[in-house]
Each structure stands twice: as structure tokens, then as C-alpha cells.
Design a protein around this ligand. Structure first.
Ligand SMILES: C[S@@+](CC[C@H](N)C(=O)[O-])C[C@H]1O[C@@H](n2cnc3c(N)ncnc32)[C@H](O)[C@@H]1O
Ligand code: SF4
Length: 435
């Protein structure tokens, strides 16, 4: 039996550890917390500023992000006014905050009309004081919402990375997960982003879709490469109980593993560097200089669904996936008063054990692995003293000055990640009530 089969019951796709702890592990703070007190002892010299836009043209069948396709244009205005209000309150509470990185995500930020997008950038730049022209700024978009006008606006406002979800260049595969994009629309959107001259273009693809074959996956990969994107993300398809799809079987796991290897091998063969299980970077991708170090620095999130964190506290609005729960949460945020924006009601505390696990997850799941000397410097012991179970990774990892995953280990990242979650976080995620 292989190490992966023994450790993970042969299941490579257990969860994507893009943030730890996941928002399904957040709970109500009782009593609630004061924003200024939570940030009081923090270094605020190089923070990450994030704005969440919880709107999309469609709700893709697989998607478990906090977003709605039923926002309606009337909510666009209310959302922008709410964002200004929240930003004013947060800025007043953290007047000395300096930002070293910015991102606008969602949802689909380019769902906003061009004047609305412009106002959103004004909030980041003028209300929050983030120097957009001088920092790495990433914006997510979707094919149907990018116009040449919006692409130019993104570039003009300092966007250094535009990330677009294509998922599949085969219309039928995209339709199968509720995406209505036509091939023409995809090409027009990509051309608009290229013409605008945004330095980094990232394309997201998904493998494991219904009807997808090695040949159709190859087609999507080759269509992607024609655009010479600086970054490519390959996501294994996940389904969640409330997202309209529902499958879990060995054949599907094997299909995803095979498509992963096919995609990885193709991208590497044409010169892309693998950064993690999902991320691939072209040799011509610009390297954006930044003072921000995500293991050490904090994030200020604006908008419903945005996550914020300090060293000790992670918080957001209450997580939701189901359409009516998302709308309830969104409308609750729109109704917030200034005083409400100062209260932190939902999140989790990060104790020493959670901080160590988070650090390990952030290092180990990247190609360069975990720097053991840095770990010792931060946490006062070798990582194997704190988490001896890591030795059980056996041939999935190498144990030198850095703890790194082998190629096979990287392929099993989505099992290794959840395996490193604390028992408390695992239990809270399992108990999270689907809504
Ligand atoms: C915010 S979206 C990207 C921008 C835009 N909303 C779009 O979909 O075109 C984030 C990305 O996460 C990936 N993703 C989200 N949920 C997923 C799931 N359940 N399985 C696989 N990939 C997923 C998709 O590739 C998607 O492009
Ligand atoms: S995948 Fe993108 S477009 Fe689809 S629902 Fe999720 S955030 Fe919206």
C-alpha cells in the first residue's frame, strides 16, 4: 500500500487549504470584539488590503464562495455606499495602517459597471490610503463581465494582475457547471485584458468536469497557452452539498489525478514553473516586489464575505453558500451602521498551536517547502518536535533544511492540508451548518 493510500484512505481530494482556518470554522464571538482593540498590538506598516465583491452573472454549480447571482443592479449602488461607509470607519480606527499589497476578489469584481469599479478603486486609494500605483494589485474577473473599457480602467488604476476564470474552453463542459460563457466572449475578454497591458494575466482552469476527457483537457490547456499567460491555476473540481452537484467516488478521484498529472506535465514541458499543486508561473512573469509577508502580516478586508486577520484573530461576516443565506448576509451588511462596522462578531482566535499549523500549511504546500530554520526562529523548536506526525509523510516529502513535498506529495496536497488541521478546526468545519 502506498503512503498516500495508508495515510489518506486513497482520497486525494479532501479540501483546499487556501486559507487556514477556513471560514466554516469561524463562530460567533461572545462577547463581540472591538475592531480597534483587535488591531491595537499589531504591526500595521505593511498590510494586505482586500475588497470582496459578492456578485456574479451566474451562480456556477460548483462554487462555494460567498457570492450571489441575484444581487440585482439596485444592490450595486447600495454595496458601493456600504463600502465607503465601512472604509471610513475602518480607516478612522486604523489611521496609521499602511498597505503593501491589494486584491479585489469575489465573486466577480468586474460584475460592477465601469463607474462602480472606479469608485471601488477610489475607496481603496483615497479612503483607505493604499497607493495603488505602487503596490501589487490583483483583480478577479470573468469572461462575460470584462469589456475593453473595464480592462483599460483596471490597468489605469494600477492593476498588476488580472485573474480570469475560464474553467474550460469547451462550451459544453462550461455549460455543464452552469457557466453560460460562449467561446467568442472568452476570446474577447482575454484580448481586452491583453490589450490593456496588465502585466500579469492569470487563467483559472478546472479539471474533473463532467464529459471532460484527456483530449478535451488538452484542448483547454492548449487554448490557455495560446494567450501566453504569466500564471495558470489548475483547480480540481470540488462539489459541495449546497452547490448543485454531488459526487464522490474512486473513479472520479483517479480521473482528477490523471488530469492533474497531464496538465502539470504539459505546463512544465513548455517552461512553466510549478509553484504549488494549483499554481504555475511562466518564466517571463514579472516579479512584483513587495514588503508583505503573508506568514507575518495582517489583512484588512472590506465588503461582505471579506476575511480580515491579525496574528491572533481571523474574522469576516458569517459564511454562507446557499442563495437565500448569502442574500440575508449581504443585506445585513448593507444595513450596518458605523457602530456595527466597529464590532467583530464572527471569526476565530488563533492560539499558538493554530499559528504553527497555519505557518506549516503555508510553507509545506508550496514547491519551496517549509524553511525549518525560520520555523525554529518563529516558534522556538524544530517543526518535527511540534508536529511529529509530519514524519509519517515518508516518501511524500523530503526532510532536509527545508521540508518539501515530492511530486507525489504535491499531487496529494489536498489531503495533506486537511490532515494538518487541528482537531478543533476539523470538528468545527464538520459541524458547520450548511446554509
Ligand atoms: C472568484 S473565482 C474567479 C473569477 C470569476 N468569479 C470566475 O469564476 O470567472 C475563483 C476560482 O476558484 C475556482 N473554484 C471555485 N470553486 C471551485 C470548486 N468548487 N472547484 C474547483 N475550482 C473552484 C475557479 O477556478 C474560479 O475561477
Ligand atoms: S466561480 Fe466565479 S462566476 Fe462562478 S459563482 Fe463562483 S465566483 Fe461567481
Amino acid at each position: 500500500m502506498s503512503t498516500a493510500d495508508a495515510l489518506f484512505g486513497g482520497q486525494p481530494y479532501q479540501g483546499y487549504a487556501y486559507s487556514y482556518p477556513h471560514k466554516t470554522a469561524y463562530r460567533a464571538f461572545e462577547p463581540d470584539l472591538d475592531l480597534r482593540e483587535v488591531w491595537a498590538g499589531e504591526d500595521r506598516s505593511a498590510l494586505f488590503l482586500y475588497a470582496h465583491v459578492p456578485f456574479c452573472v451566474q451562480r456556477c454549480a460548483f462554487c462555494n464562495l460567498f457570492t450571489t447571482a441575484q444581487g440585482g443592479r439596485e444592490r450595486e449602488e447600495a454595496y458601493l455606499q456600504g463600502l465607503v461607509r465601512q472604509a471610513e470607519v475602518v480607516r478612522e480606527a486604523l489611521p496609521d495602517a499602511r498597505f503593501a499589497v491589494g486584491a479585489v476578489g469575489g465573486g466577480t469584481p468586474t460584475w460592477l459597471e465601469a463607474p462602480g469599479l472606479d469608485r471601488l478603486f477610489d475607496v481603496l486609494e483615497h479612503t483607505m490610503g493604499a497607493p495603488l500605483a505602487d503596490l501589487p494589485l490583483s483583480v478577479e474577473c470573468s469572461p462575460e463581465t470584462v469589456t475593453p473599457e473595464k480592462a483599460d480602467l483596471l490597468a489605469r488604476r494600477g492593476t498588476t494582475r488580472a485573474s480570469i476564470g475560464i474553467q474550460s474552453f469547451v462550451e459544453q463542459e462550461a455549460r455543464g457547471v452552469g457557466r453560460t460563457q460562449r467561446d467568442m466572449t472568452v476570446q474577447t475578454a482575454l484580448q481586452a485584458l491583453r490589450d490593456a497591458g496588465i502585466p500579469t494575466l492569470n487563467i483559472d482552469l478546472i479539471y474533473g468536469l463532467r464529459h471532460q476527457t484527456p483530449a478535451s483537457w488538452q484542448h483547454s490547456l492548449e487554448c490557455t497557452l495560446e494567450w501566453r499567460p504569466e500564471e495558470i491555476y489548475l483547480y480540481p473540481l470540488y462539489v459541495r452539498p449546497l452547490t448543485g452537484l454531488g459526487r464522490r467516488d474512486r473513479t472520479w478521484d483517479d480521473q482528477r489525478l490523471a488530469l492533474y498529472r497531464q496538465g502539470r506535465d504539459l505546463l512544465r514541458s513548455v517552461g512553466y514553473e510549478q509553484v504549488s499543486m494549483r499554481m504555475f508561473r511562466a518564466p517571463w512573469a514579472p516579479v512584483a516586489p513587495t514588503d508583505y509577508r503573508c506568514q507575518a502580516d495582517g489583512m484588512v478586508g472590506l465588503g461582505p464575505g471579506a476575511r480580515s486577520y491579525t496574528r491572533d484573530v481571523h474574522y469576516s461576516t458569517r459564511f454562507a453558500v446557499g442563495p437565500s443565506a448569502v442574500l440575508d448576509e449581504l443585506d445585513g451588511w448593507l444595513d450596518r451602521s458605523d457602530a456595527d462596522h466597529l464590532r467583530i462578531r464572527w471569526g476565530t482566535r488563533i492560539d499558538a498551536d493554530e499559528a504553527r499549523r497555519r505557518h506549516v500549511l503555508q510553507g509545506l504546500l508550496q514547491i519551496d517547502g517549509l524553511d525549518r530554520a525560520w520555523y525554529r526562529e518563529l516558534f522556538g523548536a524544530d517543526v518535527l518536535d511540534h508536529l511529529p506526525e509530519l514524519e509519517r509523510l515518508g516518501d511524500l516529502a523530503t526532510f532536509g533544511d527545508r521540508l518539501t513535498l515530492t511530486d507525489e506529495g504535491l499531487a496529494w496536497s489536498d489531503a495533506i492540508g486537511p490532515w494538518l488541521y487541528s482537531d478543533a478546526v476539523t470538528a468545527r468545519m464538520a459541524e458547520w451548518e450548511q446554509r
